[in-house]
Design a binder for this molecule. Structure first.
Ligand code: NI
Ligand code: MN
Length: 226
């Protein structure tokens, strides 16, 4: 699968012939100023929770592309009120088969409110299976024992984990999370965007390699194939 990083927790992934976009937060992100939001493709936009740093560009991209918003019921309802007609509401533990593959909305330990103060339901993450490959997009979350369920019952090939600390788990807990989900191929997210989450990237990579795992830190605007 081709994975493109747009900064913070925003990734574009081509899976099953569709463009999946996760948590678009680009135009307010100074680190992503060279990314052209209006050229990002999307067939589906996944929203892990309602915070501004995960939804900022979702309305404009959805209206331009006609993409379907996939999130919890409360967030999909809010996007409907913003004039985004295509939405697929989910809730924790539920799985659905889309044309590109299956999606399960899974637990996250965090909070969730939309930018205008509307209740954003409970935050989550996604397990996506497509083309015989499974990946986990954790969203914003603490290290949680629920991740062991994913390790025991899902066969996760790669995972997007937050590593910036303060608002989410940090590097050391992300290494433990990788153990819990039984996945050695981790892609870093939710770091460096704000002062609270600036990290030492060399230290992060070393903590993972010391445990026999790989941490991919993708430059903003660049792509990797997994
Ligand atoms: Ni958040
Ligand atoms: Mn966040």
């Amino acid at each position: 699968m081709r994975i493109t990083y747009y900064g913070h927790s925003t990734f574009g992934i081509v899976a099953g012939g569709k463009n999946l976009l996760f948590d678009p937060f680009i135009s307010p992100n100074e680190l992503a100023k060279d990314v052209t939001v209006d050229s990002i493709p999307a067939d589906f936009i996944f929203i892990s929770h309602g915070h501004e740093d995960h939804v900022a560009d979702a309305v404009s991209i959805a209206k331009r592309t006609g993409a379907t918003i996939v999130s919890n019921f409360e967030i999909v309802t809010w996007f409907g009120a913003q004039g985004v007609d295509n939405g697929h509401p989910m809730n924790h533990g539920g799985e659905w088969s889309f044309d590109f593959g299956t999606v399960k909305y899974v637990n996250a330990v965090h909070s969730s409110v939309l930018p205008d103060g509307t209740y954003g339901g409970n935050p989550g993450g996604f397990v996506v299976k497509s083309d015989g490959v499974s990946f986990y997009y954790a969203g914003d979350t603490a290290l949680t024992y629920d991740m062991k369920l994913l390790g025991d019952y899902e066969d996760i090939n790669f995972a997007f984990l937050p590593i910036g600390d303060n608002f989410t788990m940090g590097i050391s807990d992300a290494v433990i999370a990788a153990d819990f989900i039984k996945c050695d191929n981790i892609i870093a997210m939710h770091y460096d965007t704000f002062g609270y989450i600036v990290i030492d990237k060399d230290r992060a990579k070393k903590e993972f390699t010391d445990k026999g795992k790989q941490l991919s830190i993708i430059n903003i605007g660049e792509s990797i194939d997994l």
